[in-house]
Design a protein around this ligand. Sequence first.
Ligand SMILES: Cc1cc2nc3c(=O)[nH]c(=O)nc-3n(C[C@H](O)[C@H](O)[C@H](O)COP(=O)(O)O)c2cc1C
Length: 152
Amino acid sequence: MTRALIIYESKFGNTEQVARELAKGLEEVGVETHLTKPKGMKLDEVTSFDAILFGCPVHMMGPTRGIKKTIDKVGKIGVSGKLTTAFETYAGDHMGKAVTKMEERIAKKMPGLDLVKPGFSALVEGYKGPVATEDLSRAVEFGKMLGNRLQG
Ligand SMILES: Cc1cc2nc3c(=O)[nH]c(=O)nc-3n(C[C@H](O)[C@H](O)[C@H](O)COP(=O)(O)O)c2cc1C
C-alpha cells in the first residue's frame, strides 16, 4: 500500500487540524497516512514512506525553527524518489511565507524528491484560530490531489 507521512508543528492546534484534513483526503484515495510531530518522528522509519509532507504555522513571516530543523534532519538521511510538499497556516496577509521558504529548503536539502509546488496554505481567523472553513475542505481536496498523483 502507498504510504504518506505528515510531519507538522502546531502551537494552537490549527496546523494539526489542517494536517488531519490533508490525511483525510489522502486516505480517501487509498493512501495510508501517518501523522507525527518532529519530536515523535522516527527518523529510521521515514524512508519507508512514499510521500513526506512538512507543515507548520507562519511565525515571524517564515517557517518555525522546528520544521526547518526537521527538513535538515530528513535531508541528512538521503531520501530520494518520494513525493513531497509543504503546508502552512497563516493569520495575517502572509500567505505563502512559510510554504515558499520550506519549498526552497526542501529543494536544497532533498534534491532527489519530487516536490509538489505550490504547497498548501490555510487561513486562520486570528492567531489562535479557527481555520477558515473553506480552507479545511480545500485541504481535503489537496490531500486527494496528492494521493492521486502519488498513485497515478
Ligand atoms: C510567535 C508567532 C508569530 C507569528 N507570526 C506570524 C506572521 O508573521 N504572519 C502571519 O500571518 N501569522 C503569524 N502568526 C500567526 C500564526 O500563523 C497562527 O497563530 C497559526 O497559523 C496558528 O496555527 P497553529 O494553531 O497550528 O499554531 C504568528 C503566531 C505566533 C505565535
